[in-house]
Design a protein around this ligand. Structure first.
Ligand SMILES: NC(=O)c1ccc[n+]([C@@H]2O[C@H](COP(=O)([O-])OP(=O)(O)OC[C@H]3O[C@@H](n4cnc5c(N)ncnc54)[C@H](OP(=O)(O)O)[C@@H]3O)[C@@H](O)[C@H]2O)c1
Length: 287
């Protein structure tokens, strides 16, 4: 029950209508009997500083940050965790007794989704996309031990900027256009889609077909709506190992939950709540 002691966690972003984080976190709070609640607030870029000042004044336990604020929020915080410094973005903030500390739990989520699959670190890894999620993917792959990274993106300038970051972390990097990325995917042990291609409602779209993949390679699609994207279906057809962005969503959320509450989260309950919320969301749109 919500009462005078209830702690607040929330999401700030713009837009936030399709987020499933409220369902995922509230299900976990309920399951563990924690007196917390999670809400989502649509905050426009011009209100970001006021929103962060307000959350600080209210003494919230912490908050998530999503598009378009993941970089802009950094200068409004008191401290940055290494995960935020290395990825150049914050998706989770913890209020440590009035000190706001920024983390990047997407990095943890991507690492955790891949490490259980025994990624072949001696092979190259291909990251498609060069935005915020691609950046977290590149750092995660380097953390896992990959040394050769191929970056394929539509806009070359963004790939070059990401390549610089990867090189500064010790990786050997090649920058490719999307067609070259498609051709070179078979050389790789891991492919990560860090673009929105394949996301609902355009669910028949894919940047790679089964014929461009190899048996045994790991294919992680950061798109989580739907959880089984066309890319992952193509991966299955090729005999590759499909890994859903839903895993990353749940693991990044679980890490944030632990940072806010100090308690190990009920991962399967979070996963089920996220899937039900995604299914409900599509149902609403269909009406
Ligand atoms: N599973 C999770 O927990 C999780 C976490 C974070 C993000 N994501 C997902 O990851 C995806 C990317 O997010 P982001 O934050 O990195 O977004 P972003 O910063 O806007 O970057 C998007 C990237 O995708 C590329 N792109 C966009 N549309 C494309 C198209 N039609 N064809 C080819 N490339 C295209 C962009 O290319 P240009 O450089 O040419 O513009 C850019 O490199 C989103 O779908 C997001 O939902 C999932």
């Amino acid at each position: 029950m919500i009462n005078a002691s209830t702690r607040l966690c929330c999401l700030i972003g713009h837009p936030i209508g399709h987020s499933v984080s409220p369902q995922m976190h509230n299900a976990a709070f309920r399951a563990l009997g924690l007196n917390y609640v999670y809400l989502a607030f649509d905050v426009s870029p011009k209100m970001l500083a006021d929103a962060v000042a307000g959350l600080r004044a209210l003494g919230v336990a912490g908050f998530n940050v999503t598009i378009p604020h993941k970089v802009a929020v950094m200068r409004l915080l008191d401290e940055l965790d290494r995960s935020a410094e290395r990825t150049g973005a914050v998706n989770t903030v913890v209020n440590h007794h009035g000190v706001l500390r920024g983390y990047n739990t997407d990095l943890h989520g991507i690492r955790r989704a891949l490490e259980g699959r025994g990624p072949p670190i001696l092979m190259p890894a291909l990251v498609i996309g060069a935005g915020g999620a691609a950046r977290a993917a590149v750092v995660a792959l380097i953390d896992l031990g990959f040394r050769r990274i191929l970056i394929a993106n539509r806009t070359i300038e963004k790939s070059l900027a990401l390549a610089e970051i990867a090189r500064s972390l010790g990786a050997l990097v090649e920058v490719l256009d999307l067609d070259e990325g498609r051709r070179r995917a078979v050389e790789c042990g891991v492919v990560v889609n860090a673009t929105p291609v394949g996301m609902y409602p355009d669910t028949s779209a894919t940047l790679l077909m089964a014929e461009e993949m190899r048996r045994g390679m790991i294919v992680l699609d950061l798109v989580y709506n739907p959880p089984k994207t066309r890319l992952l279906k193509e991966a299955k057809r090729a005999g590759a190992v499909p890994v859903s962005g839903l895993d990353v969503l749940v693991y990044q959320g679980a890490e944030a939950f632990k940072l806010w509450t100090g308690v190990d989260p009920p991962i399967e309950i979070m996963r089920r709540a996220a899937i039900e919320a995604l299914e409900g969301d599509r149902g609403d749109e269909g009406r």
